[in-house]
Ligand binder design. Sequence first.
Ligand code: PMV
Length: 308
Amino acid sequence: MTSSSAPGKIILFGEHAVVYGYPALAVPVTQVQATATVNKKSRRGMIIEAPNINLTSELSSLALDHPLSVVIHGVYSALKITHIPACTLYIQSTIPVASGLGSGAAVSVAVIRALSEFLGQPFTNEEVNKLAFEAEKIYHGTPSGIDNTVVTYSKPVYFIKKKPIKTFHVGVPFSIMIASTGIAAPTKESVDSLRMLWQADKPLWEKVFTKVGEVVWNARQAIERGDIDELGRLMDANHTLLQKMNVSCVELDHLVVAARIAGALGAKLSGGGRGGNMIALVEKEKASDISRALNKAGAKRTIVTQVA
Ligand code: PMV
């Protein structure tokens, strides 16, 4: 038997603009995890069991463009394996789907690691990341690659599409509260709709993305210096730019405002938007007040994660 777990993630700054080559900052969220376990079995073929998505299927009955199928066949083809060994792949995840926490990427990474170990040829992080990116294309259409990267390396990353991965130093640890709108929002839809806006007026949107890039760069410096107040202001500035991109929604805006009123130093949507999660920068002593305010404002759950 082999087993592997991968964390969730949040994008702190720069989502959407990152698809167009601008930088973004993301961190792993280890409180939520996807776990893949591979067991030998006697009958031929591979059985996949993923109770969170109500899936029990033979690999051979799964559509070839199903993200799990892409991941599993990707592993076999990278290892040049043509004869599929008899096994059961069990996938369990505590990461809510379609909510900006990287559940698809975490499942892919956990499956790739567990399966390659089961086959006796564990992949390097670089190989895992490359294969997980292929599945992201199915979830997202034109992904930047940020989700698979932060989940694979499980480290804070300063990410620019197609550039070598860079991590960043955290001057003073800080706490981020993640609040869910409870609305499942496929990232592909918000990415596609922004692409249409961009195609209609590229100079305008490149200006907006350039501003996002400046916010991201300043945020990285604020994190490195441990300037938490500045970090909060930059989160607010990033949210305003995301609203301009039309990827926020009433529920997200409502949570963002509630967090700020309850004392958060800054707040913004995180990930694809139009639902999913918002994040707020919180001081420890104010965390329970902010969590209460968010629940009152409609949050379906809140999680606090430390960035250190
Ligand atoms: O919705 P999430 O958390 O998977 O994040 C998507 C981030 C985007 O920038 C919107 C898309 C991408 O591929 O980077």
